[in-house]
Design a protein around this ligand. Structure first.
Ligand SMILES: Cc1cc2nc3c(=O)[nH]c(=O)nc-3n(C[C@H](O)[C@H](O)[C@H](O)COP(=O)(O)O)c2cc1C
Length: 165
């Protein structure tokens, strides 16, 4: 049985929700044993030794990852499979939705690939960009942007499952 850790940093909750969907899919469809960890000062030193796969997720806001998700990438992932995703609701995901692939590749390169290359000691097996949401200020529950789609994570988890089982 594959053992998988999902470690994520979130600001507004989308990356947490995406992590839960991926965890559910890997457990139900691929029989993975999955641990989901929200990165904080208490959890950033997770013992990785028992995990076969590590999935790292980060919120992207103001062009930046969360501090802890970025730091987490500096762990030693030797001998494991690494998967990385970002929630980039404002820039990268909309380009993908609109099929503006040149823009998408440019933003993904800058906000995902470059960050991974600079911080992680192995190449990720797969990467992904998901949507999220931006709440209207002063109007809780309403959104200026809401492009979080569960089907994206379901599909990605399926790809991960096929590469790890
Ligand atoms: C203040 C603020 C800044 C943001 N900056 C960016 C950005 O630079 N690029 C982007 O793609 N999305 C940006 N977003 C949208 C986020 O990607 C979106 O809120 C996403 O849900 C963040 O993930 P999280 O919910 O896990 O924190 C921003 C949102 C807010 C509220």
């Amino acid at each position: 049985m594959s053992k998988t850790l999902i470690a994520y940093g979130t600001r507004f909750g989308a990356t947490a929700k995406s992590s839960e969907v991926i965890a559910r899919e890997l457990k139900e469809k691929f029989n993975h044993e999955v641990e989901v960890v929200k990165l904080s000062s208490e959890t950033e030193n997770v013992d990785l030794s028992s995990f076969d796969n590590v999935i790292v997720g980060s919120s992207l806001a103001k062009f930046s990852w969360t501090k802890r998700a970025k730091k987490f990438l500096k762990n030693d992932f030797s001998g494991k499979k690494l998967f990385v995703f970002i929630s980039s609701a404002g820039i990268t995901y909309p380009a993908l939705e609109k099929g503006e692939m040149e823009k998408y590749e440019k933003w993904k390169g800058r906000f995902l690939d470059k960050v991974v290359k600079k911080n992680a000691n192995i190449e990720p097996t797969l990467t992904a960009v998901f949507g999220g949401w931006i709440e209207n200020r002063g109007k809780p529950g309403t959104y200026s942007t809401h492009n979080w789609k569960e089907e994206d994570m379901v599909k990605w988890a399926e790809e991960i499952g096929k590469l790890t089982s």
